[in-house]
Ligand binder design. Structure first.
Ligand code: 3Y8
Ligand code: NAP
Length: 248
């Protein structure tokens, strides 16, 4: 058995720790989106594979028998490629994901289907908006340049973000309720725009928004390619045939 984890989430890191503990042969993979991704306890490769062909070649060249797609729910292209390459190579595939967040009492959510729809949804008078979607889609919000944006980025931007009024906070999650509450207050945030990432790592801003009575523009995740999906490390171990009850 040899496992390849497509990483970049808290669940991927938890799985890496567990496979290491059980001495299950495994590799970890990052896209190379940020300058210093969190170190992993497994041999790690960084960078794209070169599409489906590149991933299929990697699976074959490295004797991968099981592929775990533990990427973020918005990493839709990687997930599509994982399905296609696993099928082509006859490698087992499972997705380790987290359920989407659901609104609870006190939440003021407006749900939209895409980043583009989110841009349209804030076509109104200037506000102070926390844009908690990372770096890759900032330019689209230049269409609503009237707002003051608080940008939370993993790396300091190499060039000036394409938004005339903005503040940048460089920080990587997982985040905390106290930290996010203080951030929203300090920047007098009136609205949050974010992706429905699910999980715990990015959820604190939603709890802080609920406490402060702030509206949240929630971008729904893209529909995933059909594939087997689990929501826990133990379920992945069971799929790999390692029964955690017996500690084997
Ligand atoms: C490179 C690898 C772990 C993983 C930690 C999770 C939690 C903290 C919260 C906010 C939201 C956002 C963003 C976010 C979170 C976790 C997780 C998560 C959101 C790292 C990491 C990589 C990335 C890539 C980065 C994206 C960006 C998205 C920032 C590591 C830190 C906004 C998604 O600058 C860029 O190009 C950043 C790109 C893809 C989305 C975007 O469109 O910009 N993640 N994030 C991965 C790679 O190279 O393969 O260093 O840990 C991982 C984590 N970020 O092991 O504990 O599990 O989701 N990541 C979102 O959810 O909306 C921040 O600020 O509130
Ligand atoms: P994406 O749009 O689905 O993928 C674009 C390309 O990036 C893929 O086709 C692949 O390149 C490469 N890639 C993506 N994930 C990879 C991985 N784990 N290992 C090797 N190559 C990978 O992905 P994304 O949205 O840019 O996300 C990139 C990474 O950041 C992922 O690891 C994801 O888990 C993490 N992340 C993303 C978000 C988000 O909001 N999108 C949030 C948190 C973490 P090739 O075609 O060349 O193989």
């Amino acid at each position: 058995m040899k496992v390849l984890i497509l990483g970049g989430t808290t669940e991927a890191s938890a799985l890496a720790r567990t496979l290491c503990e059980y001495s299950i042969p495994a590799l970890f993979s990052y896209a190379g989106r940020v300058t210093a991704p969190k170190p992993q306890p497994l041999p790690t490769r960084v960078g794209g594979f070169g599409g489906v062909d590149g991933l299929a070649a990697f699976l074959a060249d490295n004797g991968i028998t099981h592929l775990v797609d533990a990427t973020h729910p918005f990493a839709a292209q990687m997930s599509r490629h994982a399905v296609a390459a696993a099928e082509r190579c006859g490698v087992g595939l499972i997705a380790l994901t987290r359920p989407p967040w659901e609104p609870v009492a006190g939440d003021r959510w407006q749900r939209v289907a895409s980043v583009e729809a989110a841009v349209q949804a804030i076509a109104g008078p200037a506000e102070r908006i926390m844009l908690a979607i990372g770096r890759m889609h900032l330019a689209e919000f230049a269409a609503q340049a009237q707002h003051h944006y608080l940008l939370r980025l993993v790396d300091a931007p190499g060039s000036l973000p394409p938004l005339p009024r903005h503040s940048v906070i460089v920080d990587r999650g997982p985040f905390t309720l106290d930290g996010d509450r203080a951030l929203l207050r300090a920047h007098r945030i009136e609205r949050i725009v974010c992706k429905n990432a699910g999980g715990e790592g990015a959820a604190s801003k939603l709890r802080a928004a609920r406490e402060l009575g702030l509206p949240v523009l929630m971008i729904d995740r893209p529909a995933p390619a059909p594939r087997p999906e689990v929501h826990s490390v133990d379920a992945v171990l069971a799929w790999l045939g390692h029964d955690t009850d017996l500690g084997v």
